[in-house]
Design a binder for this molecule. Structure first.
Ligand code: FCB
Length: 426
């Protein structure tokens, strides 16, 4: 069924009262001035990434627009990013003016515990202020504890594949719950562990670039254990906390209706979507779904999407996929939050369409019984998109990286209308 057919099925009532509307960011991508495993890796790899850009991206239709930036090593250094560390109040003012009633952000572990066992009170106080600034603006803080970056001392102990990782991570989680728990209800332990497992260990393209089956399997185990231990650590401090982890699900379907395509789609679905969840057992108070990718798979593993619409990164835009993912049986058991969904779109040509179409499919799933309680667009601001650097523009708000001026994109106002009427029919 394509999205036009959805018209036939729609019944565009409103969203439930109290639905959480907002957007998400992560510390390393917006704050600026972070010092962690990623910032160090960026310095060592910026030249190489700039040299590889042409080969990786010259197939994109916007290649001429991004070429100069993508071939400039400076693009690959997160540096001051959006300076959100100093400008969070201004940024939250914008989110508030757009009607957001929730904001998801991450705490930067390397700031909090820059050396093993040494807690930086000043940085804890910073996040206390961030949380207070959200409450003052009527926004619920949704706090991520690990959005991929780790302190350098943890990196030197072997990073996320170290057997010690779960213990150290849970200790940090416990500390955050003690320090901030009075003002935070929603905790997300890990953001998209499978993205790191795949990119760092299966493909070997993200830090620490350890491409190996052994490390891949090890990372599934250590990260799942880290989530579980952090879950119990937070729970012990805060009885009423809502705790989960941000799961990226890729909508995998067989390209043709034959046995082999079906088999390969099921195998992909298992490794990408099911295995990690299985390892975490019942340590979820809610499910956090993050949706970007559709994979129509043909045996022995080729992805053949229809690609009717693409983002600036060449990722297929396939709103219907979110519906099929929400309809998985596990999602009818607990509240669900869409904690990320977004696209790179520098010209803001597709963002309004993208948000509305995804919300239509989310709404349909809700009408069919899925208890979705929030939608967080990725991202509030343009930001540092990991190994791609600054050229992909995901923001509701555009950043001029020279002046750091913020400019609200038209699509953000369209999203604000939906929020205001709490409905797709404004
Ligand atoms: C997600 C990440 C987020 C951002 C978006 C585009 O996978 O969680 O940090 O990079 O993709």
């Amino acid at each position: 069924m394509n999205s036009n057919n959805f018209e036939k099925h729609k019944n565009l009532g409103g969203f439930p009262k109290g639905f959480l509307w907002g957007s998400a960011t992560s510390s390393h991508q917006v704050e600026g001035g972070t010092r962690n495993d990623w910032s160090e890796w960026e310095k060592q790899n910026a030249e190489r990434l700039a040299q590889e850009a042409e080969k990786k991206f010259n197939h994109l239709s916007n290649w001429t627009d991004i070429k100069a930036q993508a071939q400039n090593p400076a693009n690959y250094i997160s540096g001051r990013a959006c300076d959100h560390y100093n400008r969070y109040e201004e940024d939250f003012d914008i989110a508030q003016s757009l009607g957001h009633n929730v904001h998801r952000f991450s705490i930067e572990w390397s700031r909090i515990e820059p050396e093993e066992g040494k807690w930086d009170e000043k940085e804890i106080e910073h996040y206390r202020k961030v949380i207070r600034a959200l409450h003052e603006r009527g926004m619920e803080p949704f706090v991520t504890l690990w959005h991929w970056c780790i302190p350098l001392w943890m990196r030197d102990k072997g990073g996320v594949t170290s057997k010690e990782f779960p213990r150290y991570f849970a200790r940090y989680a416990e500390r955050m719950a003690q320090e901030l728990g009075n003002d935070v209800k929603f905790w997300m332990t890990l953001n998209e562990p499978t993205s790191v497992i795949i990119n760092s260990f299966m493909l070997g393209v993200w830090p620490p670039q350890k491409k190996s089956v052994f490390f891949t399997l090890r990372a599934y185990k250590t990260l799942a254990q880290a989530h579980r231990e952090a879950y119990y650590a937070i729970r012990a401090v805060q009885k009423n906390a809502q705790i989960g982890f941000g799961n990226i699900l890729k909508f995998c379907e067989p390209m043709r209706k034959n046995f082999f395509d079906g088999l390969i789609a099921r195998i992909a679905d298992f490794w990408l979507n099911r295995y990690f969840l299985k390892l975490t057992g019942d340590t979820h108070d809610y499910y956090a779904l993050q949706y970007y990718f559709h994979m129509r798979i043909a045996f022995p593993g080729k992805i053949k999407n229809e690609n009717e619409r693409l983002s600036d990164l060449g990722w297929e835009l396939y709103p219907e996929g979110i519906y099929h993912l929400l309809k998985r049986p596990e999602y009818s058991k607990k509240p669900v939050y869409i904690t990320e969904n977004g696209l790179a779109d520098a010209r803001d040509a597709q963002r309004e369409w993208f948000i509305k179409e995804h919300l239509r499919w989310v709404h349909k799933a809700m009408q069919e019984g899925v208890d979705v309680r929030g939608y967080f667009y990725w991202s509030l601001l343009d930001n540092f998109e990991w190994d791609k650097g600054f050229w992909p523009r995901f923001g509701l708000v555009e950043i001029d990286y020279k002046t750091l001026e913020r400019k609200i994109r038209p699509s953000a106002h369209e999203y604000a209308k939906i929020i205001k009427s709490n409905s797709l029919e404004s």
